[in-house]
Ligand binder design. Structure first.
Ligand code: SAM
Length: 355
């Protein structure tokens, strides 16, 4: 075989790409530090200020603040006026780093320390083919997931998710039986139970901590209840008219089993609403999409590995539209409608047992 010539331009371009990745990783570390100590929230209020003023107003050590500011300036997050020696977090940047809305991207950054904590376990799993159990991510995972998804549900649950299937909102108003599988801290159930007092809601999750938080949050709601339950073994005495799964199928130990149990627990004419990551099952389709590398990283570090740890198939975060649709059909759903990218990261599947 003739040796392929070493392409110097390609090597140079790759070095530049690596530099950008390294810069991005470094900035992520500093973003997480800034989020933890409240520097973004503080700077959004202060306006242009010296490091001394920022440190004083945020109650932090000036030397640390100044070094952090330098990283933030070089990373393009904070603006620096060298003559005045002042730092400013522009309003447009503050919008992506502060507040309780989905625009605040720091909840994505918060994932990194949790994922890097399990690097030794994941590396070991590469050798053994095993996985990393959910317990390795606790006690932090449940709260982190809640912080990350709560603003999205506050903003989009009714308009972008429940509002998609025709006629569902009026049925919820009129009063139906609803279950949410893998409900986490039960925020979706709480929101729905408040809005639709004539409907009744049950949240199922395998996590004791998640269900305890859910019960506390919904304590005043007579139409909401929560059960610690492995949904792969879900058996119900009375079927549900609507079952929802928000970001809770792709990391299951037995996703096919869960989908079958969901199908069996649906009343005739019932609907299964599955919100899951927007991706193609084909890697080639995902290359170049924003955040595609993030998806596969989170998959390796968590979603795929927790499934493998429990003897599951390890579908992965980007199991994708094609596979998800096929699995829904194989579980007995006669009709599957796909609404792509109902929010920046997710697609919605509306599945019905009968046409
Ligand atoms: C990624 S979190 C999503 C939580 C919540 N739906 C949300 O969107 O914030 C997945 C949830 O599924 C739960 N889970 C995983 N396997 C489960 C199983 N077999 N039975 C019930 N819950 C399960 C986890 O405990 C976790 O709370």
């Amino acid at each position: 075989m003739p040796e392929v010539e070493f392409d110097r331009a390609k090597a140079k371009a790759f070095t530049q790409l690596m530099v950008r990745h390294l810069e991005g990783a470094a900035v992520s570390v500093m973003l997480e530090v800034g989020r933890r100590v409240g520097l973004f929230e503080a700077m959004a209020k202060i306006g242009a200020a010296t490091s001394v003023e920022i440190a004083e107003k945020s109650g932090l050590s000036e030397r640390y603040v100044r070094e952090w500011l330098a990283a933030m300036v070089c990373g393009g997050i904070v603006e620096y006026a060298s003559r005045e020696r002042t730092y400013r977090l522009p309003r447009e940047h503050a919008a992506g780093l502060t507040g309780a809305s989905t625009r605040n991207l720091t909840s994505m950054v918060e994932m990194f320390p949790l994922m890097t904590r399990v690097i030794p376990d994941v590396a070991e799993a590469f050798r053994t083919g095993g996985g990393v159990p959910y317990s390795a991510f606790q006690p932090d995972f449940t709260g982190l997931m809640d912080r990350r998804s709560r603003p999205r549900y506050d903003e989009l649950l009714f308009s972008a998710y429940l509002g998609k299937p025709e006629g569902l909102l009026p049925r919820l108003e009129a009063g139906i039986r609803v279950a949410d599988v893998g409900c986490g801290t039960g925020h979706c159930i709480t929101l729905m139970a408040r809005r639709f007092p004539k409907s009744t809601f049950v949240g199922y999750d395998i996590s004791d901590a998640g269900i305890a938080s859910a019960r506390a949050a919904a304590s005043g709601l007579a139409n909401a209840s929560f059960v610690v339950q492995d949904v792969a073994k879900l058996e119900v005495s009375a079927p549900f008219d609507l079952i929802t799964a928000f970001d809770a199928i792709h990391d299951q130990a037995d996703p096919a089993g869960v989908l079958r149990q969901v199908r069996a627990a649906l009343a005739p004419g019932g609907t299964f609403l599955m919100l899951d990551v927007c991706a193609s099952s084909e890697l080639a389709d995902n290359v170049g999409l924003p955040m595609a590398a993030y998806l596969y990283t989170m998959s390796t570090m968590h979603c795929m590995s927790v499934s493998l740890a429990a003897g599951g198939p390890g579908l992965g975060t980007a199991w994708g539209h094609q596979l998800a649709t096929r699995m829904l059909r194989e579980a007995g759903f006669a009709e599957v409608q796909l609404f792509e990218r109902v929010d920046p990261a997710n697609s919605l599947y509306v599945a019905r047992g009968d046409r």
